[in-house]
Write a protein that binds this ligand. Structure first.
Ligand SMILES: CC(C)(COP(=O)(O)OP(=O)(O)OC[C@H]1O[C@@H](n2cnc3c(N)ncnc32)[C@H](O)[C@@H]1O)[C@@H](O)C(=O)NCCC(=O)NCCS
Ligand SMILES: Nc1ncnc2c1ncn2[C@@H]1O[C@H](COP(=O)(O)OP(=O)(O)OP(=O)(O)O)[C@@H](O)[C@H]1O
Length: 214
């Protein structure tokens, strides 16, 4: 099950409206750190990175579409997606990235919206849509508000290199494939800064939760 289904905030009944909070930010900005915390506070989290893995499972529509576009070079010997090979292609070529996004994003969006509908029917109070490319794929229309996790370019690159064991060049290619952070912040309803400790980030999220749930 992809939805991190949490009991705390689930109050059944027809009068309960679900608040859909979009969560986005650059690569390695701290979206999972924030969404894990929101989950601990009782939210149902729907994560686009997890759904994007589902749509490229062996035999799934997304993988078949990718193989017919790029050939078997993007598959491992066991038929699963070779993530490093696809990453190499899309983070270094904007046209190919657009092709991949065009093939996968409709499938990802459809599955995520099904999960939102399911949560709404269950009367969940707070659903978090964790979507790295939220604005690029025009998903703000499905959210009551959008929270952007912001970090300085130095923090972002350092954390990305450390976490993924990337070179400067590999990290920069991924950062450059995404929206300008200033533009992302301009479009946000809420911004949480994640340059300091996780604890300081959680405190900002607590204030936000007070705001949206009361
Ligand atoms: C290229 C792939 C195979 C690389 O896999 P890998 O395991 O190395 O990374 P992972 O999937 O965990 O993604 C890590 C981060 O990369 C960034 N990213 C992923 N895809 C894209 C993209 N198309 N454009 C820009 N940034 C992207 C996001 O910040 C994401 O959180 C994978 O990211 C993928 O299938 N991307 C296409 C689907 C997509 O757009 N996913 C983003 C969520 S909608
Ligand atoms: N406040 C913090 N202090 C120190 N390290 C942090 C902090 N927040 C996140 N990190 C670390 O930075 C890395 C990126 O964080 P996280 O995985 O939450 O980002 P993300 O935005 O979800 O990444 P992606 O875009 O790849 O999905 C992780 O290794 C995480 O442990």
């Amino acid at each position: 099950m992809v939805v991190k289904n949490n009991e705390f905030l689930q109050i059944s009944g027809d009068f309960n409206m679900t608040y859909v909070l979009g969560l986005t930010g650059g690569i390695a900005s701290g979206k999972s750190t924030v969404s894990n915390y929101l989950y601990e506070q009782g939210a149902v989290v729907i994560d686009a990175d997890i759904v994007s893995r589902q749509v490229v499972r062996p035999e799934a529509k997304g993988l078949l579409a990718l193989v017919s576009e790029f050939g078997k070079q993007i598959q491992n010997e066991d038929g699963t997606l070779n993530r490093a090979a696809l990453g190499e292609i899309i983070f270094n070529d904007q046209k190919k990235r657009d092709v991949v996004n065009g093939l996968l994003h409709p499938l990802i969006k459809e599955e995520m919206l099904n999960q939102v509908k399911f949560a709404e029917e269950k009367g969940v109070d707070l659903v978090v849509l964790d979507i790295p490319l939220l604005f690029e794929s025009k998903c703000e229309q499905y959210c009551d508000a959008v929270l952007v996790v912001d970090v300085s370019p130095e923090t972002q690159k350092g954390r990305l290199m450390r976490r993924n064991d990337f070179t400067q060049k590999e990290a920069q290619a991924r950062i450059d494939s995404q929206m300008d952070p200033a533009e992302r912040k301009k479009r946000a309803d809420f911004v949480v800064n994640n340059d300091a400790s996780e604890e300081q980030t959680y405190q900002q999220v607590d204030i936000l939760l007070e705001d949206i749930l009361n």
